[in-house]
Design a binder for this molecule. Structure first.
Ligand code: MLT
Length: 267
């Protein structure tokens, strides 16, 4: 069941499984997705207290008043406050990882650990910014459905995309449910996001890096280089996996997330 909290008059939707096991695990989705992204693994984590948040502009959450990963991280904080959660393990998929880094910079004391799930701390290249600007123009001209239809197939390892077209289609349908306003705000926020190598360097808590050998966005090279910046890193490179391990390798995802959560619990 979805709950909601208001921040600056804007609604933030979240799901809370209400398990009462120790340290809460907070999961953030990526771009053009919502909290249902974690459905393939949520059932296997049901003994842990799991909170899944719709970032502003996605799922049941209103678009942000101002775009940016900092705005998203304040929305995460608002949900934690609502649930009286002082400390948690926060794992973000891709854009959710960019949000986790913004959260780690501002609210470090709330984290027992955080995870970059197919994500990295680096800013956009000029080429990536230009691609996002083209996307914004497309969305502004009313082509939201075409935009998300083109987005998702390239996020999976090609063998998976060919053998499981229904999964790719499911993500496209989920993307079509997101508002153009929310997607545009996310693109603007990612264009302007800052480099967070210093946040990894100063993190006092363990950091999880889950990488896919076939990921075109958070490439293993970038993820492995980023992991060297941290004090305590838990690094996994999944062979043959693209950008979507919760679909491409759900069992390994559950094991890795559970082990990391367990490790953070014992710190
Ligand atoms: C995501 O999955 O959140 C996006 O691929 C992130 C990005 O475009 O940098």
């Amino acid at each position: 069941m979805k709950h909601a909290v208001l921040i600056n008059g804007r609604r933030i939707g979240y799901e809370h499984n209400e398990a009462d096991t120790g340290l809460p695990l907070v999961l953030l989705h990526g771009f053009c997705e919502d909290s249902t992204l974690w459905d393939p693994v949520a059932g296997e984590l049901r003994d842990i207290q799991v909170v899944r948040i719709d970032l502003p502009g996605f799922g049941a959450s209103d678009p942000p008043l101002s775009p940016g990963m900092e705005t998203y991280s304040d929305a995460v904080c608002a949900v934690l406050n609502e649930l009286s959660i002082d400390r948690c393990v926060l794992i973000g998929h891709s854009m959710g990882g960019y949000t986790a880094l913004a959260f780690a910079e501002k609210y470090a004391e709330r984290l027992a650990g955080f995870g970059l799930f197919h994500s990295h701390p680096y800013q956009d290249t000029e080429e990536a910014k230009e691609n996002r600007r083209r996307g914004i123009a497309m969305l502004q001209s009313g082509k939201r459905d075409l935009y998300v239809t083109q987005l998702f197939p390239g996020l999976f390892a090609s063998e998976f995309a060919v053998s499981q077209p229904d999964v790719v289609e499911q993500l496209i349908e989920q993307g079509k449910r997101q508002s153009a306003e929310g997607i545009i705000a996310a693109l603007e926020g990612m264009i302007d996001r800052k480099d967070h190598q210093h946040t990894l360097g100063s993190a006092a808590c363990p950091v999880l890096f889950l990488l896919g050998s076939e990921d075109p966005i958070a490439t293993p090279a970038r993820g492995l280089a980023a992991s060297m910046l941290t004090n305590t890193a838990d690094v996994h490179v999944l062979q043959g996996v693209g950008h979507m391990a919760m679909f491409e390798a759900p069992e390994k995802t559950v094991d890795i997330v559970r082990q990391f959560w367990d490790f953070c619990t014992r710190q």
